[in-house]
Structure formats: C-alpha cells, structure tokens
Design a protein around this ligand. Structure first.
Ligand SMILES: Cc1cc2nc3c(=O)[nH]c(=O)nc-3n(C[C@H](O)[C@H](O)[C@H](O)COP(=O)(O)OP(=O)(O)OC[C@H]3O[C@@H](n4cnc5c(N)ncnc54)[C@H](O)[C@@H]3O)c2cc1C
Length: 220
C-alpha cells in the first residue's frame, strides 16, 4: 500500500514539474517549438535530398520523410523561376532591434500599475510583436533583408479588465500608442508600425485574457 501511495506521489510531483516547465503563459511550446518570426514548427521544413528533389523533415505530418521528385519541377514550371539548392537564401542569424524609446519613468509607471511581470522590454519579444505574417514586406524582409524600421517599445500582458483600464489610462496620460496583439498571424500588415511616428508604441498582448466571461446572445 505504501509503495502505491509513494508511486502516486512521485507521479504527481513529476507531472507538476513537467506542467511548470511547459506552462509558459507567453509562449506555449507544448506541441512543438515554433519559429518566432515565420509560420510553422522548427522541426518541419523542406530539405533537398537530390539536385531536384525535396522531402519534409521531422515526423509531424504524414508527408514527412518521403522524397518528392515532382515538387520542385512543378514549382519551377508554375513560377517560371529555376530553383538551385546552392542558391537558397540563408536566414539571418540575429536581428537588429532598435533600443526602446520608453524612458525609465514611463516603464516604472506601467510596472507599478500592472506588476513588473506584465511589462516586457525584451528585444526578442518587442520584435515578435512588431509584425504579422505578411510574406514579403514583413517576414521575408525580417529574415533575409533589412531590419524592421520601427519596433514596439514595450510589450504588456494584461490579465483582467482592471489591467486594461490602467493600460488605457496610462497610455492617455503619457501619449503612448497602444497596439493590441492577438496571435500576430494577420497577413495584411496590420501590426506594422509607422516609422515617422515619434510616440512610444506599446504592444498589448491579449493572450492571458483567455476566458469567455460573458456572451451577449442578443447580438450574436
Ligand atoms: C498560414 C496562415 C493561414 C491563414 N489562413 C487564413 C484563412 O484561411 N482565412 C482567414 O480569414 N485568415 C487566414 N489567415 C489570417 C489570420 O489567421 C487572421 O488574420 C487572424 O485571424 C488574425 O488574428 P490575430 O489574433 O493573429 O491578429 P493579429 O495579427 O495579432 O492582429 C491583427 C490586427 O487586429 C488587431 N487586434 C488584435 N487583437 C485585438 C483586440 N483584442 N482588440 C482590438 N484589436 C485587436 C491588431 O492590432 C492588428 O491590427 C491565415 C494566416 C496565416 C499565417
């Protein structure tokens, strides 16, 4: 009996540790690591396995691992562009992120109102929150071309209505431009920031407000 109780306790502790390790409220990686700036999982990509043949890496999809002899010829014919494996563009390994324009007193005001854990000045987070998935102007440019001209100055993670009220009040008091952020998946440049606007930009990431608390059935 004692062994069973101990085994259950060990399993419960192990489950709690695993849950804690994967319960990142900002970036849920539980179903696989995703690329930060482009669509898809890091374990899945096309790789050449012959001069004109490719296969999909990993084991996530049924297609993975099979050689596709007709895919590259098909793409070449459709796009009328020759594809040479030796001329594939190489992604940049690092990204330039301009310094945040949010000064110390502004950051302190957000942190006092919301808690430091809900305000981020991290460069990677600021960059992720400054674009959607518009292929050429955003994703291609970021991965292969110039840096984005303008990047949000801070990222805020509200968790309830009071936080949202505080965010709007502070934005109004400090002339900060708020940019709501859902999943960053729009393909219309909706998250692109105007380069000629001198205001501080704050991305308001809504992922922690993840419960339906009310439904207006009359207006459905
Ligand atoms: C691979 C791929 C396939 C797709 N397929 C389809 C498809 O088949 N059909 C389709 O319709 N779309 C498709 N899309 C587009 C995309 O899924 C939608 O545009 C998506 O719904 C955008 O939601 P989001 O939460 O990611 O918004 P975001 O990209 O985060 O934001 C989009 C805009 O909405 C604003 N916003 C975000 N949240 C709020 C909020 N709470 N309050 C006010 N404003 C807010 C942002 O400021 C921004 O201006 C696809 C995208 C990709 C990358």
């Amino acid at each position: 009996m004692l062994e069973v109780v101990l085994a259950v306790a060990v399993l419960a502790v192990a489950a709690a540790i695993v849950r804690q390790a994967t319960d990142d409220e900002c970036y849920d990686l539980s179903d696989g690591e995703r690329h930060p700036h482009k669509w898809g999982y890091t374990d899945t990509r096309f790789e050449f396995d012959g001069p004109k043949t490719v296969r999909v890496t990993g084991s996530r999809y049924p297609l993975a691992g099979f050689t596709m002899p007709h895919f590259i010829p098909f793409v070449e014919e459709m796009l009328q562009v020759p594809i040479d494996p030796d001329e594939i563009a190489v992604e940049k390994e690092s990204h330039e992120v301009p310094p945040s324009r949010a000064d110390e007193s502004l950051v302190a005001a957000w942190q006092d109102a919301l808690g430091a854990e809900r305000v981020s000045l991290d460069d990677d987070e600021r960059l992720i929150h400054s674009h959607g998935q518009l292929s050429v102007d955003e994703v291609y440019r970021l991965l292969y071309g110039d840096a984005l001209e303008r990047v949000v100055d801070l990222v805020i993670y509200p968790e309830n209505e009071d936080h949202v009220r505080a965010i709007v009040r502070l934005a109004s008091e400090h002339n900060v431009c708020l940019v709501p952020y859902g999943g960053g998946t729009n393909v219309s440049g909706a998250l692109a920031l105007p380069a000629d606007d001198d205001r501080v930009f704050a991305s308001v990431d809504m992922r922690r407000m993840n419960r339906i608390v009310d439904l207006d059935e009359d207006n459905l």
